[in-house]
Ligand binder design. Sequence first.
Ligand SMILES: C[S@@+](CC[C@H](N)C(=O)[O-])C[C@H]1O[C@@H](n2cnc3c(N)ncnc32)[C@H](O)[C@@H]1O
Length: 322
Amino acid sequence: MSYLEATNNLYKEAALTPDVGLCCTTNPIWELPGLKIPKIMQEMNYGCGSTVNARDLTNNPKMLYVGVGGGMELLQFSYFNRQKGGVIGVDVVVEMLEASRKNFKEAEVQNDWFKSNFVELKKGDAMNLPVEDNSIDVAAQNCLFNIFKAEDLKKAIAEMYRVLKPHGRLVMSDPTCEQPMNDELRNDDRLRALCLSGSLPIADYVKALTDAGFGTIEIRARKPYRILDPKNYNTDELIYIESIEVAAIKDPMPEDGPCIFTGKAAIYFGDDDYVDDKKGHILLKNQPLAICDKTAGALASLGRDDIFISDSTFHYDGGGCC
Ligand SMILES: C[S@@+](CC[C@H](N)C(=O)[O-])C[C@H]1O[C@@H](n2cnc3c(N)ncnc32)[C@H](O)[C@@H]1O
């Protein structure tokens, strides 16, 4: 059995018998005026963060969600769109599509603004999406891509890139891990399907996105996720897994490389009112400017003693350079 078949089997089981402990998100459930998340959707929250961010969701975006789980985030996305077929949900596991379909019916009972036909469910594979080119404003996946091995991950990201409109956004949440993992863990199909042993270091994860052509990357959050300990897993050392929330934006690739925001800021504290680096960045005195890692490097190379550049906070929420 391939690791993809093992994954399908695991999520078929998780669709038929909801498993509250399957994935562990530390996110509180979004509470918005008039939005009620049915209990069954909360029990089937198999994500590891949130991909729902109000600032991505203005002007009734056409949305795609790959790997639907119990449907919670599709309901949350629908909240911002409220149109027939406004969110396309794709999943390869028929039982998961059926479970989410049932959950949307329950959501309809609990939310007077929601109709099941706001979500169009399609059977399909992340590596071969049943979606037209350049047709989506916001595409999302939560805790699915980390399962994929390198070649499959490349295909899945390329598919998301293909279906997004220019400047469209791919929003994601996935586990990441900065420590090496041994081959036994890496090749354990069940652990991989459980989102425990496929995770990459953040830099590799980001490179997979920029290699596909995404010109802007935002790392919006970084959180503790899980531990693989020697007593319970095939490892000699404790392995710490985090999860990140990331947006990859289909902006053209800048000639000097991608803009990657990891939560750095520059603060000018010199004698003038501002500094203009003549490359499009104006630093007003004592006002932090969010900067991408490329701009951070360029400002640092000026060698000035009146510009402070912060470390990456891995919390970026918009604005700044680029
Ligand atoms: C870890 S769960 C995450 C579910 C949901 N995103 C959430 O946050 O609750 C992974 C989801 O991806 C689906 N899936 C697995 N392999 C897939 C594939 N190759 N293409 C599309 N969906 C897939 C599973 O059926 C399951 O719904």
